[in-house]
Design a protein around this ligand. Structure first.
Ligand SMILES: [Zn+2]
Length: 378
């Protein structure tokens, strides 16, 4: 496989292209961060929020998972910008113990109102299996719910400003750092819903056995509000990271100090990256699937961010990738029970989605260690 000569992303990464020196477009896009006039952006942000402050019951909605990005966003908006947000969480069903404890501490420390929504587990089981079969990615309910549900609340409660955390240009090249990224329906269809609308998903599920009970209305939490609904309610949906420079390491430090936020061990990830993706007890399975399809895992993603931001040299990064990526996670066994699928079937489904030129060797796959909290979720 061909790899970026600066970071460690391979040619199978979504949206990647290389320049004549072999440097990828995510790296090149990241360089633009340094040319942005952040003072001006901050002014823009202040002017923007001033238009919404003290106009409604809530100044804005903050979609919240409890990970480092949404926690930092909430902290910043309440502490620095003195906003009164409604915090909205979509509970995908796999929230870990440490995360829930973090959330409690954060909400109490900042003094905010919190709304949490957990969709029907029976439907979630069906959606995970369908999404895995169709796309080799079982997280359709989570991708769509996390983005669509807070927007539905914005429409229903008539709260016209939604503020997300990091912009996608940190990780992919769907949007450029100097362009305007709004979290809208276009973005949703472009890379959130895996190319499956909730209407299509409803049709697919109805073709399966024993799904008479499934109604179209079950899919509302996974459906992004229409353009008409967004326009009528004049809803704006933006990323804080488009207005202030995003630095995951220093931000994790701030929320640890100010809110007692704690990181956690994540399957297939070195211990010094304990701030990343701590919200899901099957994150390891998700990363393993990606590895089978694309030949790189979460460690490659994490070290690439550090290399790009001059916090790590490429050689050390490659060493970490070799030691951590590609292991079979202990949580796979539990996950397979949720969707009533054998490991053989799982491997076949994942292999069907592989991205050329990667080819996964199951016989040489090493088994990963279970997380300390794995047995809590059985
Ligand atoms: Zn790169």
């Amino acid at each position: 496989m061909k790899y970026c000569t600066r970071c460690v992303l391979p040619e199978t990464h979504e949206t990647i292209i290389f320049d004549e020196n072999g440097v990828c477009n995510v790296c090149l896009n990241n360089d633009k961060k340094n040319n942005i006039s952040w003072d001006k952006k901050l002014e823009d942000f202040k002017n923007l929020v001033a238009q919404y402050k003290n106009k409604n019951e809530y100044d804005c909605i903050v979609p919240f998972s409890g990970g480092k990005d949404s926690t930092f966003t909430l902290y910043k908006l309440v502490n620095d910008f003195k906003l009164k947000p409604l915090v909205v969480s979509f509970n995908h069903g796999f929230m870990r113990k440490n995360l829930l404890e973090n959330n409690n501490r954060t909400f109490e420390a900042l003094g905010i109102d919190h709304l949490s929504f957990k969709p029907n587990w029976k439907l979630v089981q069906l959606l995970m299996k369908e999404s895995l079969i169709r796309k080799g990615d079982f997280c359709w309910h989570c991708h769509t719910g996390i983005f669509a549900y807070p927007m539905r609340v914005a429409v229903e409660k008539k709260i016209p400003l939604v503020i997300w955390g990091e912009p996608s240009s940190e990780y992919t090249a769907y949007y450029s750092y100097d362009g305007k990224e709004e979290v809208d329906e276009k973005r949703f269809n472009r890379f959130v819903n895996l190319g499956i609308s909730s209407e299509d998903m409803y049709g697919m599920i109805k073709q399966r056995k024993n799904t008479e009970w499934v109604k179209k209305s079950h899919f509302l939490p996974f459906t992004f509000p229409s353009r008409k609904e967004m326009m009528e309610n004049k809803i704006r949906s933006i990323c804080l990271g488009s207005y202030i420079p995003w630095n995951v390491r220093s931000q994790s430090k701030i929320i640890s100090e100010k809110l007692g936020w704690k990181g956690d061990k994540v399957e297939g990830v070195p211990g010094n990256y304990s701030y990343e993706k701590i919200e899901c007890s099957v994150q390891g399975v998700r990363d393993y699937l990606k590895y089978i399809k694309r030949g790189y895992g979460r460690t490659a993603h994490l070290v690439s961010i550090d290399i790009r931001n001059n916090r790590l040299d490429r050689e050390t990064g490659l060493g970490l990738v070799n030691d951590n990526d590609g292991k079979k996670p202990a949580s796979l066994k539990r996950f397979l029970k949720y969707i009533n699928t054998s490991e053989q079937q799982f491997n076949e489904i994942a292999s069907e989605q592989k991205i050329h030129p990667y080819n996964h060797e199951f016989s040489s796959t090493i088994e990963g260690e279970p997380l300390p909290d794995e047995n809590l979720y059985n």
